[in-house]
Design a protein around this ligand. Sequence first.
Ligand code: FDP
Length: 296
Amino acid sequence: MFDFLQKNGASMELAELIVELSRACAGISNAIVHTSTGKAGTQNVYGEDQLALDVQAENILENHLKSCPFVAAIGSEELDDLIHVRDDGKYTVVHDPLDGSSLVNVNMAVGTIVGIYEGSDLIGRTAREQVAALYVVYGPRTTLVLTVGDGVHEFLLLDDVWKYEGELSLGGDKAYFAPGNLRATKERDDYFALICEFMKEQYTLRYSGGMVPDINHILKKGSGVFLYPGMPSAPDGKLRLLFECGPMAMIMEQAGGSASNGEIDILDIKVKDLTQITPILIGSKKEVSRAASALS
Ligand code: FDP
Protein backbone atom coordinates (compact mmCIF):
# COMPACT_ATOMS: atom_id res chain seq x y z
CA MET A 1 0.00 0.00 0.00
CA PHE A 2 2.89 2.37 0.81
CA ASP A 3 4.31 2.27 -2.73
CA PHE A 4 0.86 2.62 -4.25
CA LEU A 5 0.17 5.72 -2.14
CA GLN A 6 3.45 7.36 -3.06
CA LYS A 7 2.81 6.68 -6.74
CA ASN A 8 -0.55 8.38 -6.33
CA GLY A 9 0.98 11.56 -4.96
CA ALA A 10 1.04 11.00 -1.18
CA SER A 11 4.11 12.26 0.68
CA MET A 12 6.19 9.70 2.59
CA GLU A 13 4.64 10.95 5.88
CA LEU A 14 1.07 10.70 4.60
CA ALA A 15 1.69 7.27 3.09
CA GLU A 16 3.12 6.00 6.39
CA LEU A 17 0.20 7.43 8.32
CA ILE A 18 -2.33 5.73 6.03
CA VAL A 19 -0.46 2.42 6.28
CA GLU A 20 -0.60 2.73 10.09
CA LEU A 21 -4.35 3.39 9.85
CA SER A 22 -4.78 0.34 7.62
CA ARG A 23 -3.02 -1.77 10.29
CA ALA A 24 -5.36 -0.39 12.93
CA CYS A 25 -8.39 -1.25 10.78
CA ALA A 26 -7.12 -4.80 10.26
CA GLY A 27 -7.02 -4.97 14.08
CA ILE A 28 -10.58 -3.65 14.32
CA SER A 29 -11.71 -6.27 11.79
CA ASN A 30 -10.26 -8.94 14.06
CA ALA A 31 -11.79 -7.35 17.17
CA ILE A 32 -15.26 -7.37 15.60
CA VAL A 33 -15.05 -11.15 15.34
CA HIS A 34 -13.65 -11.72 18.82
CA THR A 35 -15.18 -9.03 21.07
CA SER A 36 -18.50 -9.15 22.91
CA THR A 37 -21.27 -7.18 21.23
CA GLY A 38 -22.56 -6.04 24.63
CA LYS A 39 -22.64 -2.54 26.09
CA ALA A 40 -19.55 -0.94 27.62
CA GLY A 41 -21.56 0.81 30.36
CA THR A 42 -20.36 4.23 29.17
CA GLN A 43 -21.75 6.95 26.87
CA ASN A 44 -20.07 8.97 24.14
CA VAL A 45 -20.10 12.75 23.85
CA TYR A 46 -23.54 12.65 22.13
CA GLY A 47 -25.04 10.71 25.05
CA GLU A 48 -25.22 7.47 23.06
CA ASP A 49 -24.53 4.16 24.87
CA GLN A 50 -21.15 2.79 23.84
CA LEU A 51 -20.63 -0.87 23.06
CA ALA A 52 -17.51 -2.69 24.26
CA LEU A 53 -16.58 -2.77 20.58
CA ASP A 54 -16.89 1.03 20.17
CA VAL A 55 -14.43 1.45 23.01
CA GLN A 56 -12.09 -1.21 21.67
CA ALA A 57 -12.10 0.20 18.13
CA GLU A 58 -11.37 3.65 19.58
CA ASN A 59 -8.45 2.28 21.62
CA ILE A 60 -7.00 0.37 18.66
CA LEU A 61 -7.02 3.45 16.44
CA GLU A 62 -5.70 5.70 19.20
CA ASN A 63 -2.78 3.36 19.99
CA HIS A 64 -1.76 3.03 16.35
CA LEU A 65 -2.05 6.77 15.76
CA LYS A 66 -0.04 7.63 18.87
CA SER A 67 2.76 5.38 17.60
CA CYS A 68 2.95 7.28 14.29
CA PRO A 69 5.53 10.12 14.41
CA PHE A 70 3.54 12.27 11.98
CA VAL A 71 0.36 12.63 14.03
CA ALA A 72 -0.16 15.98 15.77
CA ALA A 73 -3.68 15.40 17.09
CA ILE A 74 -6.56 12.93 17.03
CA GLY A 75 -10.28 13.70 17.00
CA SER A 76 -12.88 10.99 17.43
CA GLU A 77 -16.62 10.75 17.37
CA GLU A 78 -16.30 9.00 20.71
CA LEU A 79 -14.37 11.90 22.40
CA ASP A 80 -15.34 15.45 23.38
CA ASP A 81 -12.02 17.09 22.46
CA LEU A 82 -8.94 16.62 20.31
CA ILE A 83 -6.15 14.51 21.82
CA HIS A 84 -2.87 16.33 21.42
CA VAL A 85 -0.24 13.78 20.38
CA ARG A 86 2.99 15.67 19.54
CA ASP A 87 4.05 19.25 18.79
CA ASP A 88 6.12 18.30 15.75
CA GLY A 89 3.36 16.11 14.23
CA LYS A 90 2.14 17.10 10.79
CA TYR A 91 -1.44 15.78 10.68
CA THR A 92 -4.70 15.79 12.62
CA VAL A 93 -6.65 12.59 12.11
CA VAL A 94 -10.42 12.55 12.69
CA HIS A 95 -12.33 9.31 12.83
CA ASP A 96 -15.50 7.47 13.61
CA PRO A 97 -13.97 4.20 14.85
CA LEU A 98 -17.04 1.99 14.41
CA ASP A 99 -19.91 3.58 12.56
CA GLY A 100 -23.18 1.69 12.82
CA SER A 101 -21.90 -0.44 15.70
CA SER A 102 -25.44 -1.35 16.76
CA LEU A 103 -25.58 -3.47 13.59
CA VAL A 104 -22.78 -5.79 14.72
CA ASN A 105 -24.91 -8.06 16.89
CA VAL A 106 -27.30 -8.71 14.00
CA ASN A 107 -24.26 -9.47 11.85
CA MET A 108 -24.69 -6.66 9.33
CA ALA A 109 -21.86 -4.63 7.85
CA VAL A 110 -20.32 -1.75 9.82
CA GLY A 111 -17.44 0.61 9.12
CA THR A 112 -14.63 2.93 10.18
CA ILE A 113 -14.40 6.45 8.70
CA VAL A 114 -11.24 8.61 8.71
CA GLY A 115 -10.34 12.11 7.52
CA ILE A 116 -6.82 13.60 7.56
CA TYR A 117 -5.94 17.30 7.78
CA GLU A 118 -2.58 19.01 7.87
CA GLY A 119 -1.98 21.04 11.04
CA SER A 120 -3.30 20.65 14.54
CA ASP A 121 -6.48 22.71 14.69
CA LEU A 122 -9.79 22.21 12.89
CA ILE A 123 -12.01 25.08 13.93
CA GLY A 124 -12.78 27.48 11.07
CA ARG A 125 -11.59 25.00 8.47
CA THR A 126 -13.55 23.01 5.90
CA ALA A 127 -13.51 19.35 4.92
CA ARG A 128 -12.20 20.45 1.52
CA GLU A 129 -8.87 20.93 3.30
CA GLN A 130 -8.59 17.19 3.99
CA VAL A 131 -5.48 15.74 2.36
CA ALA A 132 -6.86 12.21 2.47
CA ALA A 133 -9.95 10.29 3.54
CA LEU A 134 -10.76 6.62 3.87
CA TYR A 135 -13.35 4.21 5.10
CA VAL A 136 -13.32 0.51 5.85
CA VAL A 137 -16.30 -1.81 5.41
CA TYR A 138 -16.38 -4.79 7.78
CA GLY A 139 -18.82 -7.07 5.95
CA PRO A 140 -18.57 -10.56 4.55
CA ARG A 141 -15.20 -9.22 3.34
CA THR A 142 -13.17 -6.36 4.80
CA THR A 143 -12.40 -3.64 2.26
CA LEU A 144 -10.70 -0.26 2.54
CA VAL A 145 -11.58 2.62 0.21
CA LEU A 146 -9.32 5.68 0.15
CA THR A 147 -8.43 8.87 -1.63
CA VAL A 148 -5.33 11.02 -1.39
CA GLY A 149 -6.82 13.45 -3.91
CA ASP A 150 -6.09 11.29 -6.94
CA GLY A 151 -9.24 9.22 -7.47
CA VAL A 152 -10.76 6.59 -5.21
CA HIS A 153 -9.12 3.22 -4.68
CA GLU A 154 -10.23 -0.01 -3.07
CA PHE A 155 -8.17 -2.60 -1.15
CA LEU A 156 -9.22 -6.00 0.15
CA LEU A 157 -7.95 -7.50 3.42
CA LEU A 158 -6.62 -11.00 2.71
CA ASP A 159 -4.64 -12.87 5.39
CA ASP A 160 -3.79 -9.59 7.12
CA VAL A 161 -2.50 -7.98 3.91
CA TRP A 162 -4.28 -5.19 2.02
CA LYS A 163 -4.44 -6.19 -1.63
CA TYR A 164 -5.19 -3.54 -4.28
CA GLU A 165 -8.50 -4.21 -6.04
CA GLY A 166 -8.95 -1.23 -8.37
CA GLU A 167 -10.34 2.25 -8.82
CA LEU A 168 -13.94 3.20 -7.98
CA SER A 169 -15.81 5.89 -9.88
CA LEU A 170 -19.40 6.89 -10.53
CA GLY A 171 -20.84 6.74 -14.02
CA GLY A 172 -23.51 4.09 -13.72
CA ASP A 173 -27.14 4.94 -14.48
CA LYS A 174 -29.06 2.49 -12.31
CA ALA A 175 -31.33 4.31 -9.86
CA TYR A 176 -30.61 3.28 -6.25
CA PHE A 177 -31.80 5.17 -3.18
CA ALA A 178 -30.82 4.91 0.48
CA PRO A 179 -33.28 7.02 2.48
CA GLY A 180 -31.98 7.66 6.01
CA ASN A 181 -34.07 9.33 8.69
CA LEU A 182 -37.38 8.24 7.18
CA ARG A 183 -38.88 9.38 10.48
CA ALA A 184 -38.50 12.89 9.03
CA THR A 185 -41.37 12.15 6.62
CA LYS A 186 -43.73 12.66 9.58
CA GLU A 187 -42.61 16.28 9.77
CA ARG A 188 -41.67 16.91 6.13
CA ASP A 189 -44.15 16.48 3.29
CA ASP A 190 -41.38 17.26 0.78
CA TYR A 191 -39.30 14.31 1.97
CA PHE A 192 -42.34 12.03 1.91
CA ALA A 193 -43.12 13.20 -1.65
CA LEU A 194 -39.55 12.59 -2.81
CA ILE A 195 -39.56 9.05 -1.39
CA CYS A 196 -42.91 8.37 -3.15
CA GLU A 197 -41.44 9.66 -6.43
CA PHE A 198 -38.45 7.34 -6.07
CA MET A 199 -40.78 4.39 -5.49
CA LYS A 200 -43.10 5.27 -8.38
CA GLU A 201 -40.08 5.67 -10.66
CA GLN A 202 -38.98 2.20 -9.60
CA TYR A 203 -35.73 3.19 -7.96
CA THR A 204 -34.14 0.24 -6.17
CA LEU A 205 -34.01 0.54 -2.36
CA ARG A 206 -30.59 -0.25 -0.89
CA TYR A 207 -30.54 0.82 2.77
CA SER A 208 -28.84 -1.15 5.52
CA GLY A 209 -28.80 1.42 8.34
CA GLY A 210 -25.01 1.76 8.18
CA MET A 211 -23.73 4.87 6.44
CA VAL A 212 -20.49 3.19 5.38
CA PRO A 213 -21.93 0.13 3.63
CA ASP A 214 -24.76 2.23 2.18
CA ILE A 215 -22.37 4.75 0.61
CA ASN A 216 -20.00 1.94 -0.37
CA HIS A 217 -22.91 0.43 -2.32
CA ILE A 218 -23.21 3.62 -4.38
CA LEU A 219 -19.48 3.71 -5.08
CA LYS A 220 -19.28 0.03 -6.03
CA LYS A 221 -22.37 0.08 -8.25
CA GLY A 222 -21.43 3.44 -9.75
CA SER A 223 -24.65 5.34 -8.99
CA GLY A 224 -27.30 6.15 -6.40
CA VAL A 225 -28.01 8.53 -3.54
CA PHE A 226 -27.87 8.36 0.27
CA LEU A 227 -30.01 10.87 2.16
CA TYR A 228 -30.03 11.87 5.81
CA PRO A 229 -32.01 15.13 5.88
CA GLY A 230 -32.90 17.25 8.87
CA MET A 231 -36.43 17.98 10.08
CA PRO A 232 -37.99 20.79 12.13
CA SER A 233 -37.35 18.97 15.41
CA ALA A 234 -33.72 18.18 14.41
CA PRO A 235 -32.82 20.65 11.64
CA ASP A 236 -29.27 19.36 11.16
CA GLY A 237 -30.12 15.65 11.27
CA LYS A 238 -27.61 13.66 13.27
CA LEU A 239 -24.60 12.77 11.16
CA ARG A 240 -21.29 14.37 12.17
CA LEU A 241 -19.56 16.80 9.83
CA LEU A 242 -15.97 16.03 10.83
CA PHE A 243 -16.13 12.33 11.57
CA GLU A 244 -18.64 11.03 9.03
CA CYS A 245 -19.84 13.48 6.37
CA GLY A 246 -16.56 15.29 5.60
CA PRO A 247 -14.48 12.19 4.78
CA MET A 248 -17.35 10.56 2.85
CA ALA A 249 -17.89 13.80 0.88
CA MET A 250 -14.21 13.94 -0.15
CA ILE A 251 -14.32 10.32 -1.31
CA MET A 252 -17.59 10.82 -3.21
CA GLU A 253 -16.34 13.95 -4.94
CA GLN A 254 -13.11 12.20 -5.94
CA ALA A 255 -15.22 9.41 -7.45
CA GLY A 256 -17.14 11.92 -9.59
CA GLY A 257 -20.15 12.38 -7.29
CA SER A 258 -21.07 15.12 -4.83
CA ALA A 259 -22.32 15.76 -1.31
CA SER A 260 -24.50 18.63 -0.15
CA ASN A 261 -26.32 19.73 2.99
CA GLY A 262 -29.17 20.81 0.69
CA GLU A 263 -27.71 24.29 0.23
CA ILE A 264 -23.95 24.07 -0.06
CA ASP A 265 -21.32 21.41 -0.57
CA ILE A 266 -20.50 19.44 2.58
CA LEU A 267 -16.86 20.18 1.72
CA ASP A 268 -17.48 23.94 2.06
CA ILE A 269 -19.13 23.97 5.49
CA LYS A 270 -16.97 25.74 8.08
CA VAL A 271 -16.23 23.73 11.21
CA LYS A 272 -17.55 25.65 14.22
CA ASP A 273 -17.16 22.89 16.75
CA LEU A 274 -16.01 19.31 16.79
CA THR A 275 -19.43 17.84 17.46
CA GLN A 276 -21.12 19.73 14.59
CA ILE A 277 -23.77 17.75 12.73
CA THR A 278 -25.21 18.34 9.27
CA PRO A 279 -27.93 17.07 6.94
CA ILE A 280 -26.39 15.19 4.01
CA LEU A 281 -27.41 14.26 0.45
CA ILE A 282 -24.57 12.29 -1.13
CA GLY A 283 -24.04 10.25 -4.29
CA SER A 284 -24.43 10.77 -8.04
CA LYS A 285 -24.42 14.48 -8.91
CA LYS A 286 -27.79 14.41 -10.66
CA GLU A 287 -29.48 12.59 -7.75
CA VAL A 288 -27.95 14.94 -5.19
CA SER A 289 -29.15 18.00 -7.04
CA ARG A 290 -32.61 16.47 -7.52
CA ALA A 291 -32.85 15.78 -3.78
CA ALA A 292 -31.52 19.25 -2.94
CA SER A 293 -34.21 20.91 -5.11
CA ALA A 294 -36.95 18.66 -3.72
CA LEU A 295 -35.91 19.36 -0.12
CA SER A 296 -34.93 23.03 -0.44
P1 FDP B 1 -25.48 4.43 14.05
O1 FDP B 1 -26.24 5.51 14.72
O2 FDP B 1 -26.13 3.09 14.16
O3 FDP B 1 -24.02 4.42 14.42
O4 FDP B 1 -23.68 7.48 12.20
C1 FDP B 1 -24.64 6.91 12.61
C2 FDP B 1 -25.49 5.93 11.86
O5 FDP B 1 -25.48 4.71 12.46
C3 FDP B 1 -25.16 5.75 10.35
O6 FDP B 1 -24.21 4.78 10.10
C4 FDP B 1 -26.50 5.40 9.77
O7 FDP B 1 -26.63 5.71 8.41
C5 FDP B 1 -27.43 6.23 10.60
O8 FDP B 1 -26.81 6.42 11.85
C6 FDP B 1 -28.76 5.54 10.82
O9 FDP B 1 -29.54 6.39 11.55
P2 FDP B 1 -31.05 6.08 11.94
O10 FDP B 1 -30.97 5.04 12.99
O11 FDP B 1 -31.55 7.39 12.43
O12 FDP B 1 -31.72 5.62 10.70
